[in-house]
Design a protein around this ligand. Structure first.
Ligand SMILES: [Zn+2]
Length: 431
């Protein structure tokens, strides 16, 4: 959902692209600087990294067949878990990698003696007293060894050798189920088994995954992934918000082109724990009966974009959203209700909200959503947080031409799921 030229959202009624509507109504070019997606992950998605603009341009110029676009944005992204989710994000600390290669011999063999030696040497040195606080030489040394490991793996172009190592890992699972394997290694064995079953035997991605942080998110937890950090989503249903860009280099777990040669141009080798985003709650919107917040916001660093999660438990519950300086996109994932411009007197007016409906709320527009069903109404809204207080000084934007509500998707009984909503719409200039 968004206005990326490769696949812009469309209005339900007219089929007009959302980007054309925003242009026509005088919104700035960057009015929607993000894409909003829902992923329902059946099998582990590709291991990938999002390159910066200059690398994307170079790749597009050299290989336009593989890289059909070069966006000017890097592509940091944030995910919010709808269900329990699993992901691979960034590199593991080397001490974890050491524990894994000690128990997964085929992986150690693939890495070779020089790399495994460097990993164990680094970990042994790590037991010495720490150097000065703030000294990042350890981190740099760790990044160098990780780079060496990835370079060695990426040079393993012998598909038969990779397939053979994969088979050995699968066999290892059955043997080691009876053995006492330490936590990280046991988790890695199970992960390799699962991923190995989902993808081609000669896909190096299974082994790349063993170098990466394995992250579990409970429903409602969110993680921010900066550009340059290797990642893959393993399982679960989630919403994803990212800068409006299609710059991507795939490294593994895909039948699409795996560009191991160019992977290194954009990759961060720092091993950091994944960056969880603490939600910001809105105390003004608490229920009278309970204490659970009705609305929470997840802000990406630098206010690149935010995701608001709204939960209205009972019939008649309602909440007002916005106004924001820029348009926002609202997705309903559960329940039934209505969305109306806040100035509309009757809640009966406005548009129907239901499982899978998507609306674009115009800039400077505040909208009210109301639960009209028997169960909780749950919506996710993507927007950019940028100085909304100035709206009051500007008169609240009541006469703004973008004071409107657009239906981008009219609902479906099959919310499981779509990752690209190529959609339709009506634009109501309600006043
Ligand atoms: Zn990504």
């Amino acid at each position: 959902m968004g206005v990326h030229p490769l696949l812009p959202s469309r209005l339900v009624a007219s089929g007009e692209s959302l980007s054309d509507v925003l242009d026509r109504t005088g919104s700035p070019n960057d009015a929607l600087p993000f894409l909003f997606k829902v992923l329902s992950i059946g099998k582990t998605l590709s291991i990938q990294v999002h390159p910066p603009a200059q690398v994307a341009e170079m790749l597009h110029a050299k290989h336009p067949d593989i890289y059909p676009v070069a966006d000017a944005n890097a592509k940091p992204e944030m995910i919010v878990a709808i269900t329990k989710c699993e992901a691979l994000i960034g590199f593991r600390p080397l001490r974890e990698v050491a524990g894994i290669i000690a128990h997964i011999v085929p992986f150690a063999e693939l890495l070779g003696g020089e790399v495994t030696g460097a990993i164990f040497k680094f970990c042994a040195a790590g037991k010495l007293p720490r150097r000065n606080a703030g000294d990042d030489s350890d981190q740099q040394a760790e990044a160098l060894v990780l780079r060496q490991a990835l370079e060695t793996l990426s040079l393993r172009r012998d598909k038969e050798a990779v397939a053979e190592a994969s088979k050995k890992v699968q066999a290892l699972v059955n043997v080691d189920l009876q053995l006492k394997v330490p936590g990280v290694a046991a988790e890695a064995i199970n992960l390799a088994r699962r991923i190995g079953c989902e993808h081609a035997e000669d896909d190096l991605g299974v082994f790349l995954a063993l170098l990466m942080n394995f992250v579990e998110l409970a429903p409602g937890e969110a993680v921010f992934i900066p550009a340059g950090v290797m990642h893959a989503y393993v399982s679960g249903d989630l919403v994803e918000c990212m800068s409006s860009s299609a710059n991507v280099i795939r490294a593994g777990l895909t039948s699409k082109y795996r560009d191991l040669d160019n992977l290194f141009l954009s990759l961060s080798f720092d091993s950091h724990p994944p960056r969880f985003i603490t939600p910001r709650s809105e105390p003004t919107y608490r229920l009278s009966k309970g204490s659970a917040p009705v609305s929470v916001h997840y802000d990406a660093p630098g206010n690149l974009f935010s995701v608001q999660v709204i939960r209205l438990p009972s019939t008649g519950d309602s909440i007002q959203m916005g106004p924001e300086l820029r348009p926002s996109i609202l997705l309903c994932t559960r329940g039934e209700g209505r969305i109306a411009l806040s100035l509309v007197a009757s809640k009966e007016q406005g548009e129907a909200l239901g499982f899978g409906t998507v609306h674009c709320i115009g800039s400077r527009t505040s909208a009210t959503i109301t639960n009209g069903g028997d169960e909780s109404l749950i919506c996710y809204r993507a927007y950019q947080r940028m100085g909304c207080n100035s709206l009051a000084e500007e008169g609240g934007g009541v006469s703004d031409p973008m004071f409107c509500l657009m239906t981008l998707w009219s609902g479906t009984s099959k919310l499981r799921f779509y990752d690209n909503i190529m959609v339709p719409s009506r634009c109501h200039n309600v006043s």
